[in-house]
Design a protein around this ligand. Structure first.
Ligand code: SF4
Length: 329
């Protein structure tokens, strides 16, 4: 297996604690041992927000600041914007020629999102073709490893099938990526549902301490604890799920769990303890955020340098693809 890693995030708004625990923490670890390419995939954002693209630029900037502030280091990994490397669109087109429609129509995430996402028009071609563009993103860098959560593994399987089909027609050009399944810790939002910007329940990396406390203070808890004197069950409480991810003190967690079950601790005190741990994680991120916000030129430099590095690899792959297709050059 080669040691190149590719992963990306759609610039759909500020990142939150769910992104930090689910993807970024793992990406930051990988940058120390692997050849990592991390892309802000702006074409993918257009797929569902095509009618109003006015926020894509500012969202890209926010994602970049969140990445850098959380610990991604452009000295250790390549950070770039997808549309700055036009070969993503070119390889997407080539792959679309060899992708049977049925593969995309059967994709479980496609079927699920068509049913569940009602506030956006997803009847465009690009939404069906999402796995084709995602495959192009990965295959362009001949990435051997793609860290994904369980929900994205079906897309990776399609990418692997595309490689086999493409190489079967045109020769051994593309590389089959391996899935690195990353455990995604459960990080519920303030309403207890999965943390997501679109649900309006997220604690964002850019939130102030006051915002964080206001969100934690009003967060839902075990519904059985109507009164302070009612015993609760931490396993039925979203606040406890966040303790499990961000509270690094096993003894304190044991005390809280016991206190919850015996009504020895109130929910407000439990949330105050959680705030300390969330702030321990968020404070350094806030400090770096402030630094990058004051130095916007740095952001442009990082993206330009990333596009040069990513572009060099992408051009080489695309030259091989075009040669394999037998196009006149
Ligand atoms: Fe949840 Fe903590 Fe209240 Fe128990 S004490 S219900 S874990 S907030």
């Amino acid at each position: 297996m080669n040691q190149r890693v590719f992963s990306g995030m759609r610039p759909t708004g500020q990142l939150h604690l769910g992104h930090l625990a689910g993807a970024l923490t793992n990406w930051i670890k990988l940058q120390d041992g692997y050849d990592c390419f991390y892309s802000i995939v702006d074409w993918h954002a257009l797929m569902s927000d095509y009618a109003d693209s006015s926020k894509i630029e500012s969202n890209c900037r926010e994602v970049l600041i969140d990445w850098l502030s959380s610990g991604l280091d452009p000295e250790k990994c390549v950070i770039f914007v997808q549309s700055h490397v036009p070969q993503h669109a070119e390889l997407h087109l080539a792959l679309s020629m060899v992708t049977p429609l049925g593969w995309l129509q059967r994709c479980p995430t496609y079927k699920e999102q068509i049913i569940n996402i009602q506030n956006k028009d997803l009847s465009n071609y690009a939404f069906l073709g999402y796995p084709v563009l995602m495959a192009a993103d990965i295959l362009l860098y001949k990435a051997g490893i793609v860290p994904v959560g369980e929900d994205q593994s079906a897309h990776l399987e399609i990418a692997r099938e595309m490689v086999r089909r493409f190489n079967g027609f045109f020769g051994e050009v593309l590389v089959e990526p391996q899935i690195m399944l990353t455990p995604t810790p459960k990080v519920p939002g303030t309403d207890g549902k999965k943390m997501s910007k679109s649900y309006g329940n997220s604690i964002n990396l850019a939130d102030s301490p006051e915002d964080v406390w206001n969100k934690l203070r009003t967060m839902v808890t075990d519904p059985a604890r109507e009164k302070r004197t009612d015993p609760g069950d931490p396993e039925k409480c979203p606040v406890w799920d966040i303790h499990k991810v961000f509270n690094n003190s096993d003894s304190e967690k044991a005390e809280i769990a016991e206190g919850c079950r015996t009504a020895g601790i109130g929910c407000v005190d439990c949330k105050k303890k959680l705030k300390v741990h969330v702030e321990r994680v968020m404070n350094p991120i806030r400090e770096k955020r402030a630094y990058y916000e004051k130095n916007p030129d740095l952001l442009g430099d990082i993206l330009r340098e990333g596009a040069v590095k990513a572009g060099a690899v992408a051009r080489k792959t695309m030259d091989e693809v075009v040669a394999a297709l037998g196009f006149v050059r």
